[in-house]
Write a protein that binds this ligand. Sequence first.
Ligand SMILES: [Zn+2]
Length: 294
Amino acid sequence: MVGTEDERPRILADSARPTPTTGADDVVAALVASTRAALDEAGRTLRDIAAVGCSAPGPLDHERGVVHVAPNIPGFENVPLAARLAAGLDGVPVFVDRDTIIAAIGEGAVGAARGVRDFVYVTVSTGVGGGIVAGGRIVRGATNTAGEIGHWPVALDGPPCGCGSFGCVEAFAGGHSLAERYGARDAGDVFRAADEGDERARGLVAGLESAMEALAVGLVNVLNPSLIVVGGGIAEHEPRHVLDPMRRGARERAFAVASAAVRIVPAALGADVGMIGAVVTARQRAAGRDPLSV
Ligand SMILES: [Zn+2]
C-alpha cells in the first residue's frame, strides 16, 4: 500500500501474505485482506483511497481487468480480477496490469527510465519478462502480450521452456529453469557452484550469458531503444552474468548506429517496483491518462 500525495509514491504501509494456491476466490480474499490490513496500519480507510492498482501475472486484459490464466494458481482462469477486487473494496476502482508492464511503468515514471521515450524493461528473476515503451507509450500488441521477451527464442535446438516452446531466453536465464537443469534448490546454488569451478554449473552460466547477449542484440536491432533497464533478483545479484553480456552483445554484434544510442543500466526501484508501478498506474488511469503520459 503506497501513498499518492507526492509525485513520487511513498510506501506508507504494507501487508504481505503467501498467494493461496486454492483458486481464485481465495486469491481475491487474500488480496482484499492485505489491502485492508495495510490501510489499518497506515491509519487510513477505503474512503481515503481514490483508486487501486494491481500487478498480476499475465496474460491478461488490462482494459477489462481480466486475468486470462495464472499458470501457478490452479483454477485461476479468466478471472475478472479488477471487478472482484473492487467489489471487495467497497467499489473503489481497481486497475490491473501485467506485472512486467507495471514494473516498466514504475521505472519509466519515477525510476531509471524517467523521461525516456524509447526503452525496454527487462527482468531476470525466477522467470524472464519485460515491457517495451516506444515513443512514450507501452507497446501492447494485439492481445497485450507484447514484451514477453523471456520467450524470445535464442537457440534453434535449446532446452525446453515452461511455455511449451524451446530455446527461449527464459529456458537459459530464468532462475527456476537454471536450478531445475542443474538439480539445485535455487539459482544461487548454480552460481556458487560455477564460482567454485564446477564444469556443469559453468556451462549453464555460460548459456545464460549467451542468451542475455543474444537478447540484447535482438532488442537493440529490432527496437532501437535509447535505454534498456534490467531488474530482477538475478540481474541484481549477478550483474556480471547479465548486464555485462548484454552490453557486450550490443557493443559487438548490434548495428553500430543503434548500439551507439543505447545504454544498458540496472533498475532503480528494486523490490518496490511492483507497488510503485501499481500506484502510478492507478493514479494515471483513474485520471483517464495513459500510464506513462505526463
Ligand atoms: Zn518460453
